[in-house]
Design a protein around this ligand. Structure first.
Ligand code: CLF
Ligand code: SF4
Length: 495
């Protein structure tokens, strides 16, 4: 390993010691005779496509980062939740302006990021605008990046209207991840979302527009599926307009072979200047979103770890390091150095086997919950990634929520909060926001927490525990669950 050391500063693991040991271990570490095989519900070829993609694999999002480049600002439809002065709200939260890039600058930026962030595995083009409509810029960006960084996965997000013409290009460029935003399969519903579309020099409005868009979206989905390209369908949940209808969308996209369905809450406020924002159309509550997700059980697999990231986001999902890589900070000449990323990938391969083995142990440990009829529990964790409890409470801008019961420890969702600790000092009003964010949760696991916030949390009925710092999430959550529910200890199997 000497001579090929990666900077550990940006890595999200417990300690340099932990990482170094993991990196230096030969073969299986003591508890880690897991395997890199695909999970039971996935064939090996599909697993190979998704295992390093932070959006397509919940596991991967603990280890791998994406970046977006905003190269394609034009759009061929109008969504009532979008104001293109900002970002494409299909894939990004509105209200944040992106840096518009030429394909050449975008490629330069990707190299600069890849040299600094070894977790980078995916380049996405996700607004503002439609990547398939502004195809010349999208294709040129992908071509330049693929030429210089062939192991970066290319990913695009589109409304699907212009996509069918470009599916062969996708195949030529080995692109195997496409996100289609599909908000309806009933054009009547579409009339409340899309005032117009523009196709082949013709603007269409009303029912005709939605009917045409629907047909093209279904055609896109079918064409991609036939070619083995993995499709994630994004749907924006708009209460009173398509919320109940999304159940039908979920069934239909499953039937047509979508790999994942990502139901995203509408983010809407008057200051965004969108039709919905100005009309006062609200987004769904967390409870409404969860209810819809639960109702979709048995349909297309749901993505639940989406962060509705910006169109110029950089970093692990949930973190945004975009401001470190604005074009004024990117050198004029950049040369790709693959060493850090290769070393990081080797480390992840071993680490995720270790973690998978830990998760299996946690599952076995929680089996006792059946006999004891123990109630499930929601536990919040503060993590910087790597699947570990490795973040200071005061530095957390979001908490990941895990449900634990007899089925094991399962990721449910994340909850965002404001950063409580700014410049090393806590601020009471921010702690209040955190407490609100954690409503319904009675335990939080973090790497460290000060006495004052711990006491305030306790007063609000939330126990903060730091004894499991740097452990795997599943191991820690299982231990806390068993202790709190009085479940018997399970003898660990020795290899
Ligand atoms: Fe970007 Fe989208 Fe590709 Fe991911 S994001 S283009 S599939 S690389 Fe991911 Fe961000 Fe959610 Fe999108 S968390 S908004 S789903
Ligand atoms: Fe906006 Fe994206 Fe809809 Fe185009 S497809 S109008 S950029 S949200």
């Amino acid at each position: 390993m000497s001579g090929n050391v990666i900077s550990l500063d940006g890595l999200s693991v417990g300690s340099k010691d932990t990482l170094t040991k993991a990196m230096e271990a030969d073969g299986c570490s003591s508890s880690a005779c897991g395997s890199s095989d695909a999970p039971e519900d996935m064939d090996p070829a599909t697993w190979e496509k998704v295992k390093d993609h932070p959006c397509y694999s919940e596991e991967a999002h603990h280890y791998f980062a994406r970046m977006h480049v905003a190269v394609a600002p034009a759009c061929n439809i109008q969504c009532n939740y979008c104001n293109r002065k900002y970002d494409c709200a299909n894939e990004s939260r509105p209200g944040v302006v992106s840096e518009r890039l030429t394909p050449e600058n975008a490629a330069r930026k990707v190299i600069a990021v890849a040299n600094e962030i070894p977790q980078l595995s995916v380049l996405g083009i996700a607004g503002p605008g439609d990547s398939a409509y502004d195809w010349r810029k999208t294709r040129e960006t992908f071509r330049l990046v693929h030429q210089q960084l062939p192991d970066i996965k290319l990913c695009l997000s589109t409304n699907g209207l212009a996509l069918p013409e470009h599916v062969d290009d996708l195949m030529d460029m080995n692109i195997d991840h496409v996100t289609l935003t599909i908000n309806m399969i009933d054009p009547e519903v579409g009339t409340k979302i899309y005032p117009w579309i523009f196709y082949e020099h013709k603007r269409r409005t009303g029912l005709e527009a939605s009917q045409f868009l629907h047909e093209r979206q279904m055609q896109s989905l079918d064409m991609l599926h036939e070619r083995g390209i993995l499709v994630k369908v994004n749907s924006v949940m708009i209460p009173g307009i398509n919320d109940e209808h999304l159940l039908e969308v979920n069934k239909e996209v499953k039937k047509r072979g979508a790999f994942l369905h990502n139901i995203m809450p509408l983010i809407s406020a008057p200051e965004h200047g969108t039709v919905f924002g100005l009309e006062g159309q609200r987004g769904p509550t967390a409870a409404e979103l969860k209810k819809l997700q639960d109702a979709c059980a048995g349909g297309a697999n749901l993505m639940k770890h989406c962060r509705q990231c910006r169109a110029d986001a950089v970093g692990l999902l949930g973190e945004d390091r975009g401001q470190e890589f604005t074009m004024d900070l990117v050198p004029d000449e950049v040369t790709y150095d693959p060493a850090k990323r290769e070393t990081y990938k080797e480390w992840v391969a071993k680490e995720r086997e270790d973690r998978r083995a830990a998760a299996a142990v946690a599952r076995a440990e929680t089996d006792a919950a059946v006999a004891e009829e123990a109630a499930p529990m929601l536990i919040a964790v503060a993590t910087k990634g790597g699947g570990r409890i490795n973040q200071h409470f005061g530095h957390a801008t979001e908490f990941q929520i895990f449900e634990v019961d007899a089925r094991g420890v399962n990721f449910v969702t994340h909850r965002r909060c404001d950063n409580y600790c700014v410049g090393g000092y806590g601020e009471e009003d921010k702690l209040e926001l955190v407490i609100k964010t954690l409503e319904g949760i009675d335990t939080i696991l973090c790497a460290k927490i000060g006495d004052c916030p711990r006491e305030d949390l306790a007063a609000a009925g939330i126990e903060a525990i730091q004894d499991h710092a740097y452990e795997y999430i599943e191991t820690a959550v299982s231990a806390v669950y068993r202790a709190k529910r009085g479940l018997p200890a399970v003898e660990a199997e020795t290899a």
